[in-house]
Design a protein around this ligand. Structure first.
Ligand code: HEC
Length: 129
């Protein structure tokens, strides 16, 4: 989370150089889950041939492209199926390519599914979901 406190700290420590700043930024992204093999299996059910590496790429892009204007929204804040809409809503703001949009969406949706404990098998989900 990049709160007001962190921003003040970032400014105060700026003279220490980029090294300090990147440690602070890395600390903020620490709350964001990392993709797992389970996430990759979940994603591949929806988007065939999605790999763990794709999801890791998606996470890296999310941190890189989406933290500039507001705190990173954690994957579990929204349901898996809600993420595609939010990411497409932010395409122009974040200046991301369609390819980047895809992997960011897949990372966020699969991480949301795991952290919210959504079943990976559609057949086992309630019809209304
Ligand atoms: C250029 C600034 C900017 C960048 C970069 C940006 N956003 Fe946003 N985002 C906003 C603003 C401003 C809002 C709140 C106002 C709004 O809803 O239009 C917002 C709101 C959101 C919301 C909350 C919407 C809601 O209704 O609760 C989500 C989720 C979100 N952004 C995701 C992303 C993602 C994902 C990315 C990267 C692909 C991203 N943002 C990059 C400016 C940005």
């Amino acid at each position: 989370m990049i709160g007001a406190d962190t921003m003040h700290r970032l400014r105060r420590e700026w003279w220490l150089g980029l090294a300090t700043a990147s440690v602070v930024v890395a600390g903020c992204a620490a709350a964001l889950v990392h993709p797992t093999a389970q996430d990759a299996r979940w994603a591949a059910v929806r988007w065939p041939e999605t790999t763990l590496a794709d999801l890791q790429h998606g996470r890296a892009l999310y941190v890189q492209k989406c933290a500039g204007c507001h705190n990173l929204h954690l994957p579990e804040e929204f349901a898996p199926e809600e993420w595609a809409g939010y990411v497409s809503y932010m395409v122009a703001d974040a200046k991301i390519t369609p390819e980047e949009q895809l992997v960011i969406t897949r990372f966020l949706a699969s991480a949301s599914a795991r952290t919210r404990d959504v079943q990976s098998d559609d057949a086992h989900r309630p019809a209304a979901r």
